[in-house]
Write a protein that binds this ligand. Structure first.
Ligand code: NDP
Length: 445
């Protein structure tokens, strides 16, 4: 434990003001005590400080012209965190809150998540503080083109393969890919994932993170001998992850009773009409308040934070980081919720996570739960390099198998290192071991 504490102190000193990154590092490293007791070679190799330092970190200027002819400037980022088990892989986030601490937290989490998938992908992440909200189609296009004008020189099918995240969906990936192709003059489909189906995308990629999350929940319930059908769920967010988690959950007989966006949330005790929600939020880019106008059984409430007042069996935070703090965690536990399933990345503060675990809540951690997205991205890369496409059913079956395997490996690691059925510790340990062994085998880098 001394080595872990000393490493954390050093990492805090080296990365001041990067709160989200330090939170993510602490969350992983503090679960590794029993691993370091069994494996002295990791301390000898100073593996923790090496893992917490990105292999490469790029910050660049993105200048673009708005519709009024004014030149706007944003910051662009790509952090190539760890390439020990494969090319860097991780999404791009366009959101005004983006700064290096957010990109590093996401890139760091990605290392272990990607290792858990069992596929050969390293960890990376990127993005910009650009806010796509309120921008015209032409402005979004000009921004994406300007962003790729710099990013292209740092990526490649065997180097670094970005995808989407908050604010980067099918539209943005299409524009980014078009610009990459224009600059490179080559159809390197494997350079980006989340592409459209007509130009190298994979079936199931759009649905993959949400579907994968529910496959993981299904496996958790099966393993614990608990019936899933008839349970109620609250899902925060109404973006890519939330919508497809809601769709698969509904298919499995779970009643989704509330969803949110960054303005407010809707409660619909009769069960969210997921097709209506997808039509409003994904197809027409409307606000969630519109849902309550079209659905008499639903009520709209201003402010996204209130969603956790809704009583449910399963809480599924699928919006953004630090959605659930200690106050909300106490409400969730007091309301009788027994399962917290992290669809978003780090949606629970470390204090709230400790509270959940101390109070017997079964937590599905983000690294495991939302790994279906990057897994299907890796399946997209595999199809691109074969120049061949699998059917929906084939990709879906592979996704399901990957999610079941992630659960199994997390349980095995948790039990082996004395944590019992603790998927949070198990996912951290299983992901860590794979990357640590690969790093040591490759010498000092
Ligand atoms: P989207 O941009 O599609 O949706 C995000 C949703 O969360 C929207 O409903 C948005 O509201 C809401 N939201 C975003 N920021 C805030 C905020 N600060 N406060 C309140 N609500 C907010 O993103 P994704 O669904 O792709 O991503 C959601 C989470 O899942 C993120 O943590 C992401 O890193 C993670 N993730 C995503 C994967 C993917 O494949 N897409 C893969 C693995 C993880 P509004 O509609 O108002 O913008």
């Amino acid at each position: 434990m001394d080595y872990i504490k000393k490493s954390l102190e050093q990492i805090r000193e080296n990365n001041p003001h990067e709160e989200e990154f330090l939170q993510a590092v602490e969350e992983v490293f503090l679960s590794l005590g029993p691993v370091f007791e069994k494996h002295p070679e990791f301390e000898k190799a100073n593996i923790l400080q090496r893992m917490a330092e990105p292999e490469r970190q790029i910050k660049f200027r993105v200048s673009w012209e708005d519709d009024n002819g004014n030149v706007q400037v944003n910051s662009g980022y790509r952090v190539q965190f760890n390439g020990a088990i494969g090319p860097y892989k991780g999404g791009l986030r366009f959101h005004p809150s983006v700064y290096i601490g957010i990109i590093k937290f996401l890139g760091f989490e990605q290392i272990f998540k990607n290792a858990l998938t069992g596929l050969p992908i390293g960890g990376g992440k990127g993005g910009s503080n650009f806010n796509p909200k309120g921008k015209s189609e032409n402005e979004v296009r000009r921004f994406c083109e300007a962003f790729m004008k710099e990013l292209y020189r740092h990526i490649g099918p065997n180097v670094d393969v970005p995808a989407g995240d908050i604010g980067v969906g099918a539209r943005e990936i299409g524009l980014l890919y078009g610009e990459y192709r224009r600059i490179s003059g080559s159809f390197d489909a494997g350079v980006l994932t989340g592409k459209g189906l007509t130009y190298g995308g994979s079936l199931v990629r759009k649905e993959a993170t949400g579907f994968g999350a529910i496959y993981f929940v299904e496996e958790m319930f099966r393993y614990n001998n608990i019936k899933l059908e008839g349970k109620t769920a609250v899902i925060s967010g109404s973006g890519n992850v939330a919508l497809y988690a809601a769709k698969k959950a509904t298919e499995k007989g779970i009643r989704v009773i509330a969803m949110s966006d960054s303005d407010g949330y809707v409660v619909d005790e009769s069960g969210i009409d997921v097709d209506l929600m997808i039509n409003l939020k994904e197809v027409n880019r409307k606000r969630i308040s519109e849902y309550a106008k079209e659905r008499p059984s639903a009520t709209y409430h201003e402010g996204w934070e209130g969603i956790w007042d809704t009583v449910c069996d399963i809480a599924l935070p699928c919006a953004t980081q630090n959605d659930i703090d200690i106050e909300k965690a106490k409400k969730i536990v007091a309301a009788g919720t027994k399962f917290v399933i992290e669809g978003a990345n780090m949606p629970t503060t470390n204090e709230a996570m400790r509270y959940f675990l101390d109070n017997g809540i079964i937590v599905g951690p983000a690294k495991a739960v939302n790994a279906g997205g990057v897994s299907t991205s890796a399946l997209e890369m595999a199809q691109n390099s074969m120049k061949y496409s699998w059917t929906f059913e084939e990709v879906d079956a592979k996704l399901k198998e990957i999610m079941v395997n992630i659960h199994t490996h997390s349980v095995e690691a948790s039990e082996e290192y004395g944590y019992g059925y603790n998927l949070v510790a198990g996912a951290n340990i299983a992901g860590f071991l794979k990357v640590a062994h690969a790093m040591i085998a490759q010498g000092i880098y």
